[in-house]
Design a protein around this ligand. Sequence first.
Ligand code: ACO
Length: 327
Amino acid sequence: MYSRVIATGAALPARAVSNDEFARMLAADGIETSDEWIRTRTGIEQRYFADEEKGETTTSLAVAAARQALERSGLAPSDIDLIIVATTTPDMVFPSVACHVQAALGASGCAAFDVQAVCAGFIYALNAADAMLRAGPYRAAVVIGSETLSRVLDMKDRSTCVLFGDGAGAVVLQASQDPGILAARMYADGRYDEKVLGLTAHLKAGAVVGDPFIRMDGRQVFKLAVEGLTESAREVAGLACVRTEDVALFVPHQANLRIMTMVARKLGIPDERMVKTVAEQGNTSAASVPLALDRAVRDGMVRPGELVLLQGVGAGMAWGSALIRWA
Ligand code: ACO
């Protein structure tokens, strides 16, 4: 038994924020950055920011992406028996985003939970759904990555605030006799904790305690990301008895074009087989992989029978890869 991706969906907030607009915003606080710096160091040209006043939240984006994927799948909400949402920016501590999505889709009664593995979240959620579909009794799952990271950016910290954006991506997975997800693996090393990448605030006695913004040692993240992604890709390729060079569509976490390019080169995957949404969307954390996959599918970058490699990496540190024989 395998699980197969039978449809994808995506949702982005209405407002795009260009690098130039960012530079002007930061300049108002006496902080210098430029389109040139951001573009050459990261590959990012713009990102989308949700507007809560207009009802754009982690949940609303997740619902929109899930609805699109579900419509394209041809399944009814009542066919879905599992919903997993990967997110670092839930709209509330509880109930989970997944339970809200379930209600909005009209899939009441099915299992629904959130996964917190930051930018590796979608790969973790996909891995969990794949294992649950293969083991049964689950038959169909909606797996979503959704984020509104703009809420947790320190707009006075130029080394982090220019990197991230908001959005959601979703896939519908179905149990099948035919492959399918061939191999998926997730890893973590908690020794590389919030000193490398973290958001350390918590709620206590009605107040936010601690630092409510993302903090990062960019160079350390860069190094660990390249190592983890390269190793985990080789691992899943080995498990599936294929070569990374044979991957037809490479869908890496869209953190930074330089990380993506370096990993693709190490794996022997030509640049034209790598999907790139980072220029337009920035780093959308758990949403980046399903958003990029949806773009690649819409652009006709993958055909049935071809190999697709998905990868995520983020705080924890946590990372992982999934190799799919496209249905
Ligand atoms: N504009 C202008 N200057 C900046 C900016 C900015 N937005 N940000 C940092 N700088 C300055 C720094 O202050 C520093 O100045 P200094 O030399 O006077 O101290 C200088 O640029 C160089 O800073 P570095 O941090 O050394 O720059 P680097 O070339 O390493 O690039 C970057 C920084 C882009 C963050 C890089 O380290 C990187 O890509 N790391 C990966 C991190 C990442 O992608 N994180 C995403 C979240 S985690 C994830 O999704 C995996």
